[in-house]
Design a protein around this ligand. Structure first.
Ligand code: ADP
Ligand code: SF4
Length: 692
């Protein structure tokens, strides 16, 4: 297939300083939890982006000096020459596909507390570091400023040696010293680096000029700049200093990569913002510079991309998450395969990898982060290992992904689903406030499977053990999901909560299926991811009085890792949801619910019409156990294996389910591996005789 000529504009080459990018698809810098700790994993992942057609592929933030480091966070590291080979491997992989490699050099200032190096962080004016580490940064004197400038020059030269084409000066996300100098609140200096905007821009300008001088003859020098800190007039705003700064430096860099700050605002989840949410902030930039501009906004629609270029909003379509969910997005547009695009759902599970200092993962793309260590390619999978037929029971994210990947391997697959719809939990959850895009998990797979002759789907087909055995497949995969517990057992309560079995007690499933509830409602959330918070939001929007009670210090606590917690709690408070934190639900007596403070055990009682318990889930694994209990019948029917995947194996995230389904498909008919099932890269041991 050929691409639609409407999209030709996206495939025009664009000059960036001394370089030419082959098209307008630009993978902006993004963290990946692999970086310096899992270097081959990082390099392979970036190489696959290049293979997928991104004309520019960038690193994550790269530390330029040991006095500004994010340990145990895993970012890039270019402290000295010994770090060069890691990046050389990455650039080599990118260059194989004629893409340009970019590196985001950053000096963290107060954004990092130097837990590993134990150096004292530096700031324009002494301040506590960001976050709660008991560390304060010291005020930089002139020699410190000079030193940081030199470190940036050194890092830029090393980056060039490592093969990078595009070298960033990073002034974004409140994660770099240049940005700290810009801030009137962080910078109260009275010398030539503080006070007037001209003075606060000085360090940014100097580093930009010096980077150009050092490497600008052969490399392009890009700036990543946050035009708006989203903090109102106290911060940089796109209609005041953000604009002024672009005006002041308009022609200085070879490229402007512009966004909003901090990262919470830049990478908002789909629950809180739609595709294109940054346009209003950044659209002025192109009118002030002749240099190419790149912006982001979780763009997955080629029509939206074309419109951005045609309307003169940006020259490059920047993407982090859309390139994670589908590294081959450009190729698919180029080849006219729009239905094959795996669209990002905006859940920020990818971000959680970075937050938890572990390799990146993605709800939509189960191969993300597994490219090197498991050899999983997002678009290629090995052919089937036998003519075996596979029956998959349950068409949630796990069953759907399993069917798709097995279908791609060429197996004859039957997918049997009890309900009238595909999608499992995402059918219900995507109807909750803000979660509509989650249906993309189903839509993509449903669309793909519909075109496969070797995958047949039966809806309205509840399977029991006899039916599954009778079906006559070689392999049975049980992907029947999970149900929310009724009895309140969860993290805080190891035994059922006293009084849980009364008629006014409900589960998350009851609420999602529309069971009518009488207010006022108490929702007890001992799950701590998004469901408790989003159900409270829904019930409040339905007009109920709602109290959300949680044993944690704040609502939906785990969503700190998806950068949503602040927004969730703000929204609930603004809607009038009452929040009782740090309390456990200990007993339910008719209309009274008794709570205990998790510290003092001091009790309090609240009245309610209904209680919603969001605690833990039970795997829906009766079918699996029934099959296990019938070994003779399985043998007689010639069934070679019965396995459970996804929530049926152990309830988890949707990302865990797509991964589980994909893994099953990759491993079917493959020799069983003993030991660690993926490749590891071990640190190089130092010479024992080395004198410290
Ligand atoms: P996962 O995230 O593991 O895919 P879900 O709960 O989203 O889990 O999906 C499980 C799916 O399995 C649901 O669509 C459910 O209707 C279906 N299902 C459960 N039990 C059966 C059964 N016995 N036969 C067929 N489908 C079933
Ligand atoms: Fe998008 Fe979620 Fe994948 Fe991140 S994890 S790229 S937000 S689908």
């Amino acid at each position: 297939m050929m691409r639609d000529p409407r999209y030709d504009v996206l495939f025009e080459p664009v000059r960036i300083g001394p370089l030419t990018a082959k098209n307008r698809f630009y993978q902006v810098p993004h963290c990946n939890g692999m970086g310096r700790t899992y270097p081959s994993s990082m390099a392979e992942m970036r190489g696959i982006k290049a293979e997928g057609g991104w004309a520019v592929v960038c690193t994550e933030e790269v530390e330029i000096h040991h006095s500004a480091e994010y340990s145990p966070g895993i970012e890039g590291r270019l402290w000295d020459d010994s770090d060069i080979p890691i990046f050389a491997r990455m650039t080599d992989k990118i260059h194989r596909f004629d893409s340009l490699a970019g590196i985001e050099l950053g000096y963290a200032g107060t954004a990092a507390s130097n837990r590993y190096s134990r150096e004292i962080p530096m700031a324009p004016t002494h301040r506590p570091i960001d976050g709660y580490d008991p560390v304060q940064a010291r005020t930089m004197d002139r020699a410190d400023i000079k030193a940081v400038r030199q470190w940036h020059i050194d890092a830029a030269r090393r980056a060039r040696t490592a093969g990078f084409d595009l070298i960033y000066v990073y002034v974004g996300h409140a994660l770099s010293i240049q940005m700290h100098f810009l801030s009137r609140q962080r910078n109260t200096r009275t010398d030539e680096y503080g006070g007037s905007l001209e003075n606060r821009v000085r360090l940014f300008r100097e580093i930009l000029e010096e980077t150009k001088e050092a490497v600008g003859d052969t490399c392009a020098v890009a700036v990543r700049f946050a035009v708006d800190e989203m903090r109102g007039p106290d911060g940089i705003t796109s209609d005041a200093e953000g604009r002024d700064i672009i005006e002041m430096l308009a022609e200085e860099p070879d490229l402007w990569d512009v966004n909003v700050s901090d990262w919470h605002n830049d990478s908002i989840t789909s629950r809180f913002a739609q595709q294109g949410y940054q346009e209003n902030y950044i659209s002025f930039v192109k009118s002030l510079t002749s240099k190419p501009v790149v912006g982001v906004g979780r763009y997955t629609s080629p029509d939206a991309m074309v419109s951005l270029v045609k309307r003169g909003v940006m020259d490059f379509i920047g993407a982090a998450r859309p390139s994670i969910a589908d590294p081959f997005l450009p190729k698919k547009i180029e080849e006219g395969r729009l239905d094959d695009i795996r669209e990002c759902i905006g859940c920020n599970i990818c971000v959680s990898g970075d937050y938890l200092a572990t390799p990146i993962r993605c709800t939509q793309n189960p191969t993300m982060g597994e490219e090197w260590r498991r050899g999983w390619h997002p678009e290629r999978i090995q052919p089937r290992g036998s003519d075996g037929r596979v029956l998959i029971v349950g068409a949630g994210p796990a069953g759907l992904e399993c069917a798709l990947a097995l279908g791609n391997r060429g197996y004859a697959v039957t997918l049997a689903e009890a309900t009238k719809e595909l999608g499992g939990r995402v059918v219900q959850e995507s109807r909750l406030p803000g979660l509509a895009e989650w249906s993309r998990v189903r839509d993509f797979r449903q669309g793909q499977i519909a075109r496969m002759n070797n995958v047949e789907v039966f809806l309205d087909s509840r399977m029991d053990a006899a039916g599954a055995i009778e079906f006559g497949a070689d392999h049975i995969v049980v992907a029947t999901g999970s149900t929310w517990r009724k009895d309140g057992i969860g993290r805080e309560n190891a035994t059922p909560i006293d009084g849980w079995d009364q008629p006014h007690c409900f589960t998350a499933d009851d609420v999602m299926s529309g069971r009518p509830l009488t207010g006022p409602i108490i929702l007890f959330d001992d799950d701590h991811y998004y469901i408790g918070g989003v159900l409270a939001e829904k019930l409040r929007a339905d007009g109920h009085e709602v109290v959300l009670v949680t044993p944690a210090a704040d609502v939906s606590h785990w969503t700190h890792n998806t950068m949503e917690q602040g927004r969730i709690q703000t929204r609930l408070l603004e809607m009038g949801v009452d929040i009782l934190a740090l309390h456990n639900l200990v007993a339910i007596r008719n209309s009274e619910a008794e709570f205990a403070c998790v510290y003092t055990d001091r009790k309090q009682v609240r009245q309610c019409g209904s209680l919603v318990l969001v605690t833990a889930r039970d795997p829906r694994d009766a079918l699996y156990h029934d099959l296990q209990d019938a070994p003779e019948a399985l043998k007689e029917a010639g069934i070679k294996s019965v396995k459970r995947i996804g929530d049926c194996l152990a309830p988890g995230t949707i990302a865990a389910s797509t991964y589980s389904g994909h893994r099953y498909a990759r491993e079917l008919d493959e020799p069983l591996q003993s030991g660690v099932p993926f490749r590891r890269e071990l640190p190089q041991l130092a010479d024992e005789k080395q004198v410290p």
